[in-house]
Design a protein around this ligand. Sequence first.
Ligand SMILES: CC(C)(COP(=O)(O)OP(=O)(O)OC[C@H]1O[C@@H](n2cnc3c(N)ncnc32)[C@H](O)[C@@H]1OP(=O)(O)O)[C@@H](O)C(=O)NCCC(=O)NCCS
Length: 149
Amino acid sequence: MTGLTCTLRPEQIGQVVEIEERTFAQPWTVDDFEWVSRDEGAINLGLWKDETLVGYAIGAIEGAGFHLASLAIDLPYRRQGWGSRLLCASMARAATRGCQTCRLEARRSNDAALQMYQKFDFAVDGVGRRFYTKPVEDAWLLSRPLSAL
Ligand SMILES: CC(C)(COP(=O)(O)OP(=O)(O)OC[C@H]1O[C@@H](n2cnc3c(N)ncnc32)[C@H](O)[C@@H]1OP(=O)(O)O)[C@@H](O)C(=O)NCCC(=O)NCCS
């Protein structure tokens, strides 16, 4: 698998939003992404195959922890290892910036994501009641240490 993981530049946010809109019922907007990118603790990665943006991971450092807020792989590229690669790259980047844990939320019905996070040793910390809208659904709150990376 060839591909390049790098920090998203502001002019690439439009491509991120295109994937976001194809993926989520309540997609983030350009403004949302620009707002999180302004945070100096932001770790926003794009994964490129040649000229194509395959997926992205958006997160922020919060003290000694990393919150992975959004991760998606565009439909034609799923189940080929790209999501794993992006997840590992985000966690590695957070670890090098001093984070000791990674936390995230996932819909209770999102089997693909839950299986991926389980494969990467995330544990369930709790449930976020009615965390999501469109449709309303609880979230699993997951985390793992980054010390083992
Ligand atoms: C979740 C997502 C990022 C996974 O990306 P991906 O590139 O398909 O994942 P990978 O190919 O690296 O697969 C890694 C592991 O995830 C699990 N997995 C991925 N897709 C799966 C599916 N459709 N069903 C079951 N398990 C799946 C498997 O355990 C897989 O390991 P394996 O191939 O050894 O069985 C992708 O499905 C996606 O973008 N979904 C929509 C957005 C989303 O739900 N984001 C997460 C929000 S919390």
